[in-house]
Write a protein that binds this ligand. Structure first.
Ligand code: ADP
Ligand code: MG
Length: 703
C-alpha cells in the first residue's frame, strides 16, 4: 500500500496565504493589507513592518534562513538574490533574526547585468524591486535550504519597467477600468473591478539524464541540433493520453506534491502527442498569479526531474519530426461579483453584454493581430509557428458553430433571432447515458479559439513566460472597451446604439473569424486574401512593438512608454542573435570534435575491410559502395561546417542589433540546416556503435 497523501494538508503549506495573514496579523493591519490588495494604494511603513515580522516568523518556523525578492527580468526566467535574516550581533554576541518592512517592500539588487535594451547604462545601474502584494510570498525548499520568496516587480531608477510583471500589472488595471465602464452600461453597479484570469496548459519533454548529459546540443541549446528520425515517430498515436509509465508517474506525483505545497493548483496530467512528451495544467487564477505560478511550474518541473534521473526539456522543439511543445493560454475576464464577461449563456443571441464584449474582442484581435503574434514569439517557437509545425503564424479567431451563426445573423440582418442549441448526444447503448452536447465542437487548429467561456490562445511557446501574451491581451481589449464605452456612454438611445455598435464591429472585423482547418495551405492563401498578417519569425515580429499603432495603444493605458518598447525590441534582437550563436557554436563543436572524427574512424575501418575482403579474393563491392556513400556525406558535412564557421566570423563584424538578428535568421540558420542534413544522413549510414551520442530512438523511446 502506498502512503496516503493528505492533499488538503499539503496544499499551500509553503505559501503565506491570506488565511495565514489573517491568523497572524493584528486586525487593523490585516485590514490595511486586504484593502491595498483589493483597491491598490500603498501600505504604511508601520503596517509593512508588522507584515514583515509575521512573514519572517512564519518562514523561520518552517526552516527558512534567507529571503529573496523574486522577480522576472527580461531573460524570461526568474531571478533571486538571497539575503540571510542574519543581523549584527549584540555586545554579548547574540544574533536575532530580523526582517523589516522596508526590506519587504523594496529591494535594490545590483542588477546591472540584466538585459535592459539600453535603458540603463552600467554606470547608472540602479534597479529596484518592489513587493507585489497581490501575489503571496512562498517558501522554496532545495539544497540551499528554505528561502522566503517575495514576488516583486523590477524597475529602473527612473521608473522604467525592466521586467515582465510591471507591464502585466499595468495592463490588468487598464482592462479592469475599461471593462468596468462596459458592465456599468449594463446596470452592474456592484462590481468594483474586473479580473483577468488565466489557466496555462504546460507541455514538456522528459529524457533520461544520463543520455542528456551525452548530448552537448541538449546541454547548451536545450534542443537537438542533429538527429536522424527514429524508425517510429508519433504516427500510431499510442502515446497521446496513453498509460503513464512508472518512472514518469513517480515524477508526476512528486511534481504535484511540490506544486501543491506552493499553492499551485496542479490539476490535469497526461501524456502528450510526441513520445516522451507530457502536459500539466493547473486551475486558472488571477493573471499575475498565474504568470508567477507558471514560472514556478517550469522551475519545479526541471528541479524534480533531477531527483528521478531525468531532465525536463521545456524547449519548443527539442526533436525534429515529432510535435513540439506549447502552452495553451486560457484567458477570460470576470467581475469581482462573479460575472464572467465571456460566458455566453444558453442563448448568446439575447445576451447583449456578451455580444458587445465579443465584438470588442474581435475588433481588438483583428486590429492588433501583429502584436498578439509577437507576444507569442521566442527563439524556440520559430520552429513551430509558421514553420515545421502548426499552428500557423496567422492570427485568426475560432468562434464555433453557435457563435459564428449569431455573428452571421447580426452582420447580415442586424438581428440575431436564435442560437443553435447543442442537443443530446445519443450513445446508442441502453446502459450508457445520453449526454448533453455543447453547442460547438472543438477546433484544435485555431490559434485563438473560443472554448465555452474563455479564449484559448494556443500560439504561446512552452519555454516562454506567459506575461507578454496576457499583457497584450489585456491591453488590446482595454482599448476596444474604451472606444466602445466612449461612444455608448454618450448615446441617447443606449439600446439602439449598442445594437449598431455590435453590428458595426462584427461587420468590420469578421475577417478575423475562421472556423476551418487552420493547418491547411488553403487557409494561408485565404488569410492573405483577407489581408491578415502572416509574420513568419520572431525577428520579423519584433518591430510590431514600435509601430505608431502599438505605441499609441500602450502609452494610452500607461502600460509601456515608447522608450520601454524600443528597449524591448532591441532586447529581442539581442536574445535572438545570442541564442542562435550558441546553437551554431554548439553544432560546430559537435561536428568537429565528435561527429567527424567518429565518421573518419569508421571510413578507415571500412577501407581496411575493403582491402582485406579484396585480398581474400572476394567481392568487396558492397563495402566499397558504403565507403563511397559515407565519404560523400562526410565531404558535404565538412564543406557545410566550413561555411558555417565563415558565417560566424562574418556575424562578429555586424554591429547593428537588428541587422545582426536578420543575419542569424537568414544566413546562419540556413547554414545550420545545411550542416545538419549530411550529418543526419551519416547517422543513418554508419554503425550505431560508432555514433558518438544517443540517438532519437534512445532519447525519446527509452525513458
Ligand atoms: P483542454 O481540454 O483544453 O486540454 P485543460 O483542462 O487541459 O483543457 O486546461 C484548460 C485550462 O483552462 C485549465 O487551466 C482551466 O483551469 C482553464 N480555464 C477554465 N475556465 C477558465 C476561465 N473561465 N478562464 C480562464 N481559464 C479557464
Ligand atoms: Mg489540456
Amino acid at each position: 500500500m502506498s502512503e496516503v497523501l493528505n492533499v488538503e494538508e499539503i496544499f499551500a503549506s509553503n505559501l503565506f496565504t491570506l488565511g495565514k495573514m489573517k491568523e497572524r496579523l493584528p486586525k487593523n493591519v490585516y485590514k490595511e493589507v486586504k484593502k491595498v490588495m483589493d483597491q491598490g494604494g500603498e501600505l504604511s511603513l508601520a503596517a509593512a513592518d508588522v507584515v514583515a515580522k509575521a512573514m519572517k516568523d512564519w518562514a523561520v518556523e518552517h526552516g527558512a534562513t534567507h529571503y529573496t525578492h523574486w522577480f522576472q527580468p527580461l531573460t524570461g526566467i526568474t531571478a533571486e538574490k538571497h539575503d540571510a535574516f542574519v543581523t549584527h550581533p549584540d555586545e554579548e554576541g547574540r544574533m536575532i533574526m530580523e526582517f523589516s518592512g522596508k526590506e519587504l517592500i523594496k529591494g535594490e539588487p545590483d542588477a546591472s547585468s540584466f538585459p535592459s535594451g539600453g535603458l540603463r547604462a552600467t554606470f547608472e545601474a540602479r534597479g529596484y524591486t518592489a513587493w507585489d502584494i497581490t501575489s503571496p510570498a512562498f517558501l522554496k525548499e532545495d539544497a540551499t535550504g528554505v528561502i522566503l520568496c517575495i514576488p516583486t516587480a523590477f524597475c529602473s531608477y527612473t521608473g522604467e519597467a525592466l521586467d515582465k510583471k510591471t507591464p502585466l500589472l499595468r495592463s490588468m488595471e487598464a482592462v479592469s477600468e475599461q471593462a468596468l465602464r462596459i458592465v456599468r452600461l449594463f446596470g452592474n453597479t456592484e462590481a468594483t473591478k474586473v479580473v483577468a484570469s488565466v489557466g496555462p496548459e504546460q507541455e514538456y519533454f522528459l529524457v533520461d539524464r544520463e543520455k542528456y548529459l551525452q548530448r552537448e546540443d541538449l546541454i547548451f541549446a536545450g534542443r537537438t541540433l542533429f538527429g536522424a528520425p527514429a524508425p517510429k515517430g508519433q504516427e500510431l498515436e499510442d502515446h497521446y493520453f496513453g498509460t503513464i509509465r512508472e518512472r514518469i508517474g513517480a515524477y508526476m506525483k512528486d511534481l504535484n506534491i511540490e506544486l501543491w505545497k506552493l499553492g499551485v493548483t496542479a490539476k490535469t496530467q497526461h501524456n502528450e502527442v510526441a513520445p516522451a512528451q507530457h502536459e500539466l495544467a493547473p486551475i486558472y487564477e488571477t493573471a499575475n498569479i498565474a504568470v508567477d505560478h507558471n514560472q514556478l511550474v517550469m522551475e519545479t518541473m526541471k528541479k524534480v526531474a533531477g531527483r528521478h534521473g531525468l531532465t525536463c526539456l521545456l524547449h519548443e522543439k527539442p526533436f525534429a519530426g515529432v510535435n513540439g511543445s506549447g502552452k495553451h493560454n486560457n484567458w477570460s475576464l470576470g467581475t469581482d461579483n462573479g460575472v464572467n464577461l465571456l460566458d455566453p449563456g444558453d442563448t448568446p443571441n439575447e445576451n447583449i453584454q456578451f455580444l458587445l464584449v465579443l465584438a470588442c474582442i474581435m475588433k481588438a484581435v483583428d486590429t492588433h493581430a501583429d502584436l498578439l503574434r509577437q507576444s507569442a514569439s521566442d527563439v524556440g517557437n520559430d520552429h513551430r509557428l509558421g514553420a515545421n509545425e502548426a499552428p500557423p503564424a496567422i492570427i485568426s479567431m475560432f468562434l464555433g458553430e453557435q457563435l459564428e451563426d449569431v455573428v452571421r445573423q447580426l452582420v447580415e440582418t442586424g438581428e440575431a433571432a436564435h442560437s443553435i442549441q447543442g442537443g443530446k448526444l445519443m450513445t446508442g447503448v441502453s446502459t450508457l447515458p445520453d449526454l448533453d452536447k455543447d453547442a460547438t465542437d472543438r477546433n484544435r487548429t485555431s490559434p485563438f479559439a473560443f472554448t465555452g467561456n474563455k479564449f484559448e490562445f494556443r500560439m504561446v511557446g512552452s519555454a516562454d513566460s506567459i506575461a507578454s501574451p496576457n499583457t497584450v491581451l489585456n491591453a488590446i481589449v482595454a482599448e476596444a472597451f474604451c472606444e466602445a464605452a466612449d461612444i455608448l456612454e454618450k448615446a441617447d438611445n443606449f439600446d439602439a446604439a449598442v445594437h449598431n455598435l455590435i453590428k458595426q464591429y462584427m461587420t468590420e472585423h469578421q475577417r478575423i473569424v475562421f472556423n476551418g482547418d487552420g493547418y491547411s495551405d488553403e487557409w494561408v492563401a485565404e488569410a492573405q486574401r483577407r489581408g491578415l498578417p502572416n509574420i513568419k519569425s520572431m525577428v520579423e515580429a519584433s518591430s510590431t512593438l514600435t509601430t505608431p499603432k502599438a505605441i499609441k495603444l500602450f502609452e494610452k493605458f500607461g502600460i509601456f512608454t515608447r522608450v520601454e518598447l524600443e528597449s524591448r525590441e532591441e532586447i529581442l534582437y539581442e536574445t535572438y542573435s545570442k541564442t542562435i550563436n550558441i546553437e551554431a557554436l554548439t553544432m560546430i563543436d559537435m561536428a568537429k570534435k565528435q561527429i567527424l572524427p567518429a565518421v573518419i574512424k569508421y571510413t578507415k575501418s571500412l577501407a581496411d575491410t575493403v582491402i582485406a575482403v579484396k585480398e581474400a579474393g572476394a567481392d568487396a563491392s558492397v563495402q566499397a559502395a558504403l565507403l563511397d556513400d559515407v565519404s560523400r556525406e562526410l565531404a558535404s558535412a565538412k564543406k557545410a561546417l566550413i561555411e558555417l564557421e565563415d558565417l560566424e566570423k562574418e556575424a562578429a563584424s555586424i554591429e547593428n542589433q537588428k541587422e545582426l538578428a536578420f543575419f542569424y535568421k537568414d544566413r546562419i540558420r540556413v547554414a545550420m540546416d545545411a550542416l545538419r542534413a549530411p550529418v543526419d544522413a551519416l547517422e543513418m549510414l554508419v554503425d550505431k556503435k560508432v555514433w558518438p551520442m544517443p540517438t532519437y530512438g534512445d532519447l525519446i523511446f527509452e525513458v
